[in-house]
Ligand binder design. Structure first.
Ligand SMILES: [Cu+2]
Length: 160
């Protein structure tokens, strides 16, 4: 996860448990990476500038908020999952322009998402939004072929 123009980039990163994420900075100013993890290591690191990568091993499933102790507007999130079935949608910037999350296959620069190649079975699907919180889990049944469509509206979210 990089820091670019005093923002975490990407804003939301999803990794599977056991992944080591390199926290870096592309900015000529110092940042202070402050993890609010409770189940994983929660560093509070100063990064003086570009050229240094601080490896952070994430072992347990958790939604981790990151802030910067120097720039109070900086927030970023790393979701540590225990499975490969997730997607990150695009998001709107302050001017209302869609920003793509195209680092993820199946994500788009709209609020749409697609999770491919899910084996047949019963699953619980949840959505998370930075301001709206988390939805209740929808229980779905995936067949051997075809598509299952689940949409979330703001009414589905409950603030945590
Ligand atoms: Cu900062």
């Amino acid at each position: 996860m990089d820091q670019v123009n005093c923002m975490y980039s990407p804003h939301v990163l999803v990794v599977t448990a056991g992944t080591t994420v390199d926290i870096t900075s592309s900015d000529p100013v110092a940042h202070n990476v402050h993890s609010h993890a409770t189940k994983n290591e929660a560093p509070n690191w100063q990064i003086p500038g570009p050229g240094k990568a601080l490896p952070l091993k994430l072992e347990k499933r958790e939604a981790i908020k990151f802030t910067c102790d120097i720039h109070n507007w900086m927030t970023g999130y790393i979701f540590v999952t225990d499975n490969d079935y997730y997607a990150v949608t695009g998001y709107k910037d302050k001017e209302g322009k869609w920003i793509s999350s195209d680092a993820y296959e199946g994500s788009s620069d709209t609020g749409a998402y697609m999770i491919k190649d899910v084996p047949a079975g019963k699953y619980r699907v949840q959505a998370w939004h930075e301001e709206l919180g988390t939805t209740k889990a929808s229980v779905i049944e995936v067949a051997d072929s075809g598509e299952v469509e689940i949409s979330f509206t703001s009414a589905d979210f409950k603030k945590k």
